[in-house]
Design a protein around this ligand. Structure first.
Ligand SMILES: NC(=O)c1ccc[n+]([C@@H]2O[C@H](COP(=O)([O-])OP(=O)(O)OC[C@H]3O[C@@H](n4cnc5c(N)ncnc54)[C@H](OP(=O)(O)O)[C@@H]3O)[C@@H](O)[C@H]2O)c1
Length: 277
């Protein structure tokens, strides 16, 4: 007799992707559709164009408005909604509604270093509060009683590119001394999240980090070269315990450099030319 199909693998289950309109969420939605899954996207702003097999549920995870309705009938959630602030609160709203709906599996995307950044002082919080919020969100999900899976990833190429773009608007680029990054491809993170969402709850799974660790100046120089800009780079010190942890490599996962798509390849695709860093 054939084994009964694991619930998560049933094609009849609609999977809720929070933040399904964002950088990562869009890629997750596309992959779930390729796997022939029905998808509901939870977000504040509906996308301009619809996708076949994807419904949109307007909801705000900060205020809680619409979250219960968006969760109705859902068994599996991939929680990609997030912002610079308030992710612990968003997770709380999500979990409250998920409990009412009888959700069987929440898959969460967190960040490498969430558990290693001592965000204690006001200075820490101003600069690195994001990491504390991600740790708080992890805790909310872990303690929810709902079976869960959490993946910590390093910074996506897209985010690093956006930050470089902002920094290059100034005549001088200021970069923290000793700052290193290990950018990862958001598509590879989406692949892994979908694999996890279609499997059984697995708890905290090994990190997903980019293939190489770079000094921040190296990454910036690659960006400047690719976009044909010239800017002097000045290194500055950062105060506080969280900064010390970050500069000591809390944001890196050298043993989990399993991403394959490099920053140089990303740059070449994004700006349409080959870059050698
Ligand atoms: N970017 C990185 O380098 C990185 C690295 C590791 C982990 N992560 C995590 O990965 C997740 C996705 O990141 P991303 O770069 O794809 O972010 P993003 O492009 O900024 O997308 C964020 C998504 O969250 C939704 N959202 C934000 N606030 C919301 C709210 N109050 N209620 C409902 N939806 C809300 C946004 O849609 P609306 O604005 O329409 O609501 C959007 O769809 C985040 O949790 C982030 O912390 C990111």
């Amino acid at each position: 007799m054939q084994e009964p199909m694991h619930q998560e693998n049933s094609r009849n289950v609609t999977i809720l992707v929070t933040g399904g309109t964002g950088t990562l969420g869009r890629l997750v939605v596309a992959r779930l559709r390729e796997a022939d899954r029905q998808v509901r996207v939870l977000g504040r702003t509906a996308p301009a164009t619809g996708i076949d097999g994807v419904e949109f549920a307007a909801a705000d995870l900060e205020s809680g408005e619409g979250v219960e309705a968006a969760m109705a009938g859902i068994e599996v959630v991939v929680h990609c909604a997030g912002s610079g602030t308030g992710d612990e609160g968003k997770a709380r709203r999500l979990v409250e509604a998920a409990k009412l709906a009888g959700v069987r599996h929440i898959v969460y995307i967190s960040v490498v270093g969430a558990d290693r950044m001592p965000v204690v002082s006001a200075t820490d919080r101003r600069m690195f509060g994001y990491f504390a919020e991600k740790a708080g969100a992890e805790r909310v999900i872990t303690e929810s009683g709902i079976p869960w899976t959490s993946l910590r990833a390093t910074q996506f190429h897209d985010l690093v590119f956006m930050v470089a773009e902002q920094m290059a608007k100034l005549p001088v680029v200021l970069l923290p001394r000793r700052m290193r990054v290990q950018p990862v491809d958001a598509g590879e993170v989406a692949d892994r999240l979908v694999e996890l969402a279609l499997g059984a709850p697995a708890g905290l799974v090994p990190d997903l980090a980019g293939p190489r660790i770079y000094d921040a100046a190296e990454v910036m120089r690659g960006y400047l070269r690719a976009t044909g800009r010239r800017r002097p780079i000045v290194r500055i010190g950062l105060p506080g315990g969280a900064a010390r942890a970050m500069l000591g490599g809390a944001n890196l996962s050298p043993d989990r450099a399993v991403g394959e798509h490099t920053w140089e390849e990303f740059l070449a695709e994004r700006v349409g030319e080959r870059v050698v860093v």
